[in-house]
Ligand binder design. Sequence first.
Ligand SMILES: Cc1cc2nc3c(=O)[nH]c(=O)nc-3n(C[C@H](O)[C@H](O)[C@H](O)COP(=O)(O)OP(=O)(O)OC[C@H]3O[C@@H](n4cnc5c(N)ncnc54)[C@H](O)[C@@H]3O)c2cc1C
Length: 303
Amino acid sequence: MADEFPALGRMLRVFGSRQIRNRATMGGNLVTASPIGDSAPVLLALDAKLGLASIEVNANGDVLGTWEETIPIKDFFISYRKTALQPDQILKRIIVPRFPSAPGLIRRCEWYKVSKRREMDISTVAACFTVDLDRGGIVRHARLAYGGVAAMPARALKTEEALLGKPWTYETIKNVLSILETEFTPISDVRGAAEYRRGLISSLFERFCFDTTARRRKRKFLPGSSPRPLRRRSVRSARKRAQTRHRRGNVRGRSLFRQNHARSLARLFTLCASKDFEARRNRRATNARHSRSVTRGRYSGPE
Ligand SMILES: Cc1cc2nc3c(=O)[nH]c(=O)nc-3n(C[C@H](O)[C@H](O)[C@H](O)COP(=O)(O)OP(=O)(O)OC[C@H]3O[C@@H](n4cnc5c(N)ncnc54)[C@H](O)[C@@H]3O)c2cc1C
């Protein structure tokens, strides 16, 4: 499946460890409805559907009938650790659409995980973003799904709405960030302070924009940023350095880790940052430093 859904493949490569991946099921990961489960954001961003099945038996144990209903995954999570699954139902199948939302659209989809450790660690925040663009680069479909920023895995619905019909440029992203920042109210817990998580909501989305526009960019300026020329070779080598750091060890996922997250973003973005972006970045780095010291050893939220 990783060939068809690279974001899903990247998520699975850093899911727990090989032993966990061999034993755990995606069904269990969804039904347990943890706000920081890694599969939910990917499946939300891919508009997956879930097949819920039930069986009716009489007093003698004879099967009277079986039923299956299919619901969109966005309706599956209803509150903290609660799902739409009824007591007599099981999760039978997960259906992931294979194609973009309409013919002729080009899909961009990326998954990000921020955790304290590279392996065997639950996410502090995980996010998966999908945008379908028409030939003119206009957003026709958008899904921004997060884990670790609310009581359950959730989508940023207002931001998705605001993106529709807009060109996929950094200018557009800057305009919708103010909406995105109001969509979730993360809590502090042992994995990260609320302020740190709030910063990640927008910075991961900015990173997605950077990853999906810079790679294919022909022009020399980031739209909406400072008119300083973007040196392509510098961007490439900065990205390569960041990736190499992530690829150390035996995990090859594109995940971000708390200790190098701010640094790699800073390195990539200094090459193309506008003044207000730099101010925001410095503020975030300060918050991240602060949250590291605040969260260490202190627990104030649910597991
Ligand atoms: C060391 C370690 C590392 C981990 N790392 C990660 C990580 O990086 N990312 C992450 O997201 N999670 C991680 N986890 C959590 C764990 O891997 C998942 O929650 C796992 O996917 C659960 O799957 P399971 O099949 O074991 O479910 P179970 O624990 O067997 O089931 C969970 C619940 O769901 C119910 N259930 C299971 N399947 C169905 C079904 N088909 N229909 C209806 N109900 C069902 C069960 O009855 C139970 O109530 C980690 C766990 C450990 C121990």
